[in-house]
Design a protein around this ligand. Structure first.
Ligand SMILES: Nc1ncnc2c1ncn2[C@@H]1O[C@H](COP(=O)(O)OP(=O)(O)OP(=O)(O)O)[C@@H](O)[C@H]1O
Ligand SMILES: [Mg+2]
Length: 330
């Protein structure tokens, strides 16, 4: 194993998995460096949960291999999962025990856990004030947070979380993000799946996008966003023609494409960082944008790579033809 492989917390090579005749994973290759928050992004049915279940030995691949923390992970290696914390689907707790009692019970079955660990984790996930209440009285989000605490009991170096934000309210999502970032700050690797783009972009250092059981793009958020970012500007429809005449001089020809002249939406291919510059040049020409977004570019990449269609809100144009080209897609 070379030095590059040694610094990977998680790697998969050509993972294939079918359920009967349905192909869930069609040769999945992932490379997750140590110490990052890795967003594992894909639409419903893409194979995220299947991957998580393979990574924790709940199911086994048809072909392909897995390396966890630099070592092969095979059928007989479930013991090694003390190095790995996982939250997959809804965690099962004893409903009639309190959150604290549940964690204590779990701690007793696993690797030895320091006495204060349970309360430390309850505090970390913001459940201290409900620690004595029965789990049956917890909300979905509280159970989810208790699940994360449970995953952290063995002080794992690698944390696998399948859609941990499911069922959390906005405040809960922010708290979760802070918790996961803190864990990465402590040198842990956090592999977290989601089908929600906004969540991942605020949380992850790195993103792997999967569709139909295959990786279609993997890289740092910066890398994925830098190639062909799209700035969207809404101006008065009667000013579209003039804007189209002005912008290429500023940005270089071929970088401006009009997507929806009637509603006044312009789509400009440019670095997201140039949005304010574009806005300023238009304003200098007396064209004032009523809306300007530069943050939907990951969405464009995601939609393009996963073959989805943008939500039809009747206002937004479609950007399918905009020049975001997948790198290494099948
Ligand atoms: N136990 C199962 N039996 C049969 N097919 C399954 C089973 N579990 C998953 N699948 C199929 O495998 C594919 C991948 O499913 P998976 O649950 O891994 O997707 P996912 O990315 O987690 O989706 P979601 O975002 O909806 O959670 C889907 O086509 C799904 O229908
Ligand atoms: Mg899933």
């Amino acid at each position: 194993m070379g030095p590059a492989a040694a610094s990977l917390a998680l790697a998969t090579h050509g993972l294939h998995k079918r359920y009967g005749s349905r192909v869930a994973l069609a040769g999945l290759d992932l490379s997750v460096p140590e110490g990052v928050v890795y967003g594992f992004l894909g639409p419903n049915g893409a194979g995220k949960t299947t991957t998580m279940r393979l990574l924790t030995g709940l199911i086994h691949p048809d072909t392909g291999s897995i390396e966890l923390l630099g070592r092969p992970f095979g059928r007989r290696d479930r013991r090694r999962l003390f190095d790995i914390g996982a939250l997959i689907e809804s965690p099962a707790f004893y409903p009639y025990l309190s959150g604290r009692e549940n964690l204590r019970a779990l701690a007793a079955t696993g690797a030895s856990t320091p006495a204060n660990k349970v309360d430390e984790l309850l505090d970390l996930v913001g459940l201290m004030d409900r620690a004595r209440d029965r789990v049956s009285t917890y909300s979905l989000g509280m159970k989810q947070r208790l699940g994360i605490a449970a995953a952290l009991l063995s002080d794992p170096r690698l944390l696998l979380l399948d859609e941990p934000a499911n069922g959390l309210d906005p405040a809960g999502i922010v708290a979760m993000r802070d918790t996961l970032r803190n864990l990465a700050g402590m040198g842990k690797t956090v592999f977290v799946s989601s089908h929600i783009l906004g969540e991942v972009r605020q949380l992850a250092d790195m993103v792997g996008i999967i569709a139909a059981g295959r990786l279609v793009r993997e890289g740092s958020l910066d890398d994925i966003l830098s190639g062909g970012a799209i700035v969207r500007i809404r101006i008065k429809p009667e000013e579209v023609a003039r804007a189209v005449a002005i912008l290429p001089g500023m940005l270089g020809a071929g970088q401006v494409s009009v997507q929806s002249a009637e509603s006044g939406w312009l789509s400009v291919e440019a670095d997201a960082g140039r949005a304010s510059e574009i806005n300023r040049s238009l304003a200098e020409a007396g064209i004032y944008a009523s809306e300007l977004t530069a943050e939907s570019d990951l969405e464009s990449v995601f939609l393009e790579l996963t073959g989805g269609a943008p939500a039809a809100d009747g206002e937004r144009p479609t950007f399918g033809a905009a020049g975001v080209s997948p790198k290494g897609s099948p």
